[in-house]
Design a protein around this ligand. Structure first.
Ligand SMILES: Nc1ncnc2c1ncn2[C@@H]1O[C@H](COP(=O)(O)OP(=O)(O)OP(=O)(O)O)[C@@H](O)[C@H]1O
Ligand SMILES: [Mg+2]
Length: 237
């Protein structure tokens, strides 16, 4: 793997609090995800999954280690980026269990908002939104208010939003938990397609037994330590 791009985490540790009550949530974690690759991050409750995503997403500060995103060192025993807000907005896409769309904006504007905030002209931002809605097979609902969309359509719009600024990295926390088996597999199929098409590195936190067999590579996390395993990589087509 090209060491310059994708996601690279080396010796990453996170301690919450100090003294007797300190919790070592991550203990020298190593992880690499190539552009175009989707990996699973699996582990029991309290293992450190959300902590790892929050560190990578620059939502909380690690205690030590090194993180590289899309060819740039963002953390090396301290942040190496001056504006973490811009990093989160332009370089990282987030997908959550619930879609969290803005109800009074239509599907297109929910997706176009991020490129607009990043300074893209409105026309260009909307064109990019349409392209993504087409790729995700919801373009026919582009002008609908998001409250009028089905659950699966809302989740696809939220995936389009995560891709809107063409981030090198997408972090997904339990994106399929509320979905039935067919829709869960369809979301994973879409994430794999998008990873390939846009050369995005994607981490999916999950304990969803329906989708775990689809990963080619899985990181297990337990008590703050990660172990890499080859997955089944079951075909999605
Ligand atoms: N803000 C915090 N302050 C102190 N300890 C925390 C904090 N956030 C998480 N922890 C602790 O760090 C450990 C890892 O928590 P984390 O939320 O990363 O687990 P998780 O793997 O996401 O679990 P779940 O599957 O339940 O979401 C746990 O022991 C948790 O109690
Ligand atoms: Mg969690």
């Amino acid at each position: 793997m090209d060491k310059g791009i994708g996601i690279h985490i080396e010796g990453l540790s996170k301690r919450y609090g100090a003294g007797d009550t300190a919790v070592d949530a991550l203990k020298e974690v190593n992880m690499s995800v190539a552009p175009g690759e989707v990996v699973g991050l699996v582990g029991p409750s309290g293992a450190g999954k959300s902590t790892l995503l929050k560190c990578l997403g620059a939502v909380i500060e690690p205690t030590q280690g090194r993180m590289t995103l899309g060819g740039e060192v963002i953390y090396d025993n301290g942040w190496k980026i001056s504006d973490l807000r811009v990093l989160r907005r332009d370089r990282i896409g987030f997908i959550f269990q619930a879609p969290y769309l803005i109800p009074f904006l239509d599907a297109t504007d929910n997706v176009a908002l991020l490129p607009m905030l990043a300074g893209r002209p409105n026309g260009e931002a909307r064109a990019r939104a349409m392209e993504l809605l087409q790729a995700l097979d919801v373009a026919h609902r582009a002008r609908a208010e998001t409250s009028e969309l089905s659950g699966g359509e809302q989740q696809r719009v939220s995936i389009a939003r995560a891709l809107a600024n063409r981030p090198p990295v997408i972090l997904a926390d339990e994106p399929t938990a509320p979905l039935d088996s067919q829709r869960a597999l369809s979301v994973v199929r879409i994430l794999n397609q998008m990873a390939r098409q846009y050369q995005t590195a994607i981490i999916v936190v999950t304990h969803d037994e329906k989708i775990i067999p689809t990963f080619k590579r899985i990181y297990h996390i337990r008590d703050g330590r990660t172990f890499e395993e080859e997955g089944e990589g079951r075909a999605l087509e």
